[in-house]
Design a binder for this molecule. Structure first.
Ligand code: ZN
Length: 481
């Protein structure tokens, strides 16, 4: 059993007052699986106006994103996978996720002596690429580390057609003839040899073995709107230093490789322009609000913070409650979920809440290299900026794990918390509420997660309590200004 981790975080405010605020905070490594509510439902109380209601909650109609985050003494997992509105499709994805988890747990079991000193990690992430209306490539990447040097990296591709509610196999897209295989082999060889990134690591004989394999189904091939992409696992046709290489072939150059059916499908390609948005005059309102808060200096202040969202129903409920109690909060969102639910993030911002950065995919940043840390944070900032027109000021490191390398990888201000009701662990409304009630004081930063129904219920009780106790419920920036 690992001891409780204590993390002391120094936050230097280089803002208006140049105040140095010390926050000491802790993260308990405890036993709990965090799973989202899997039912997809529209919010019971309408928060969005008519115009918003017409739109889909997810940017990818018919697909939601599910997130499982676990932090146990033996292992840490951050799993993200798509959920469709069709059970037979979900079953296929669930089988893949379940077998990936099972393999990971077997690995832990087999390497007990290694995992005693070190937390094993499993990250299962996916990218989603629209091909045509309701047809998507879903590209999973799986990374796991089970102590020592046992790092694993692989990928898995699903191409889904939601018009027909079925998965498409790559051999429906690519003509699978001997002649076509020859062509693919030559094109790929040429691309690898011309690629500055891969040419030094490329093994032509391994590519030959790959194309000559009778069981080859091109399961490592996917489509985007523009390209046909061959994705190879690490070590498959290159040395490890090349990572998992991808060769992109523009669709308009490789028509001869495609089946007639897909040639026809892909020729009808209509791109819709992205509407421009116009956000101004927000700054003034923010300043006015800070003034208002300052006038009421006799009031105690508290910041409610919500991590791991946005969630298509629970976040909306919390926004409605905050509105009802005239409270402002800070949402530390995951970039890959913002990508799915931009409208919810837009609503947070429109209602005067603060949007913070909780990284792209919830990896433990202290286990990553400098470049990868920067990428995890930067990708989330970009996703947020794309929606609300400004980059976040604060970031919250996943699992509260932070060190100097993480601090120096970003200009964002790291922020932990002072009150942790462990809503993810208990999922018990009364426990969450009672913990906050007992521990809250002037200046508290309260940590909760807007992906659980039990938290939503607790938030209502907490808001009621805080308002009665004469608290100003403010954003993190307002608390620190
Ligand atoms: Zn988190």
């Amino acid at each position: 059993m690992k001891p409780t981790k204590f993390i002391f975080l120094t936050i230097t405010m280089v803002g208006l007052l140049g105040v140095v605020i010390w926050l000491s905070s802790y993260l308990t490594v405890a036993n709990a699986d965090i799973a989202p509510v899997s039912a997809y439902a529209l919010p019971s109380k309408a928060l969005f106006d008519e115009e918003h209601l017409k739109a889909s909650y997810s940017s990818y109609p018919g697909i939601d994103i599910m997130t499982i985050i676990t932090d146990k003494p033996t292992h840490q997992m951050s799993i993200h996978y798509p959920e469709f509105h069709e059970e037979k499709l979900n079953q296929v994805i669930d089988d893949y996720v379940t077998s990936t988890k099972a393999e990971f747990f077997e690995g832990i079991e087999h390497n007990k002596q290694l995992t005693e000193d070190m937390q094993a990690t499993l990250y299962l992430l996916f990218e989603i690429h629209p091909i045509k209306e309701n047809i998507y490539s879903i590209v999973f990447s799986h990374e796991s580390y089970i102590g020592g040097a046992n790092g694993r990296q692989s990928s898995k591709i699903f191409i889904v057609d939601l018009n027909e509610n079925q998965f498409i196999s790559q051999t429906d897209i690519l003509k699978d003839s001997q002649q076509n295989r020859e062509k693919i082999y030559h094109i790929l060889t040429e691309r690898f040899e011309q690629s500055e990134q891969y040419q030094d690591f490329f093994f032509e004989d391994q590519l030959k073995d790959w194309i000559d394999n009778e069981e080859l189904t091109f399961s490592n091939v996917y489509l985007t709107e523009q390209d046909l992409i061959f994705k190879f696992d690490k070590y498959m046709v290159t040395a490890g230093a090349a990572g998992s290489p991808e060769i992109l072939l523009p669709l308009d150059e490789i028509g001869e490789l495609l089946t007639d059916e897909w040639l026809k499908k892909l020729n009808i390609e209509v791109k819709e322009p992205v509407p421009e948005r116009d956000d101004e005059s927000e700054v003034k309102e923010d300043d006015e609000r800070v003034e208002e808060i300052k006038k009421e200096t006799n009031k105690k202040t508290v910041a409610l913070t919500f991590d791991d969202g946005p969630h298509p129903t629970h976040t909306i409920e919390i926004l409605r409650l905050l509105d009802q109690y005239k409270a402002k909060a800070t949402f530390f969102v995951l970039g890959n979920r913002v990508d799915f639910y931009p409208e919810i993030v837009q609503n947070m911002s429109d209602q005067g809440h603060e949007v913070g950065n909780h990284t792209w995919s919830h990896k433990d940043l202290t286990t990553l290299g400098q470049k990868e840390i920067a990428r995890e944070i930067e990708a989330a900032s970009q996703a947020i900026e794309k929606v609300i027109g400004k980059t976040p000021t604060y970031f919250r490191p996943p699992y509260g794990a932070i060190n100097d390398q993480v601090r120096s990888a970003t200009n964002l201000i790291p922020l932990l918390w002072t009150v942790d009701p462990k809503d993810w662990e208990s999922r018990d409304t009364d426990k969450i509420y009672n913990h906050v009630k007992r521990h809250v004081r002037d200046g508290s930063i309260i940590l909760m997660h807007d992906i659980y129904g039990s938290t939503v219920e607790a938030v209502e009780l907490i808001l009621d309590f805080l308002v009665k106790e004469n608290y100003q419920i403010v954003t993190v920036s307002e608390l620190n200004s």
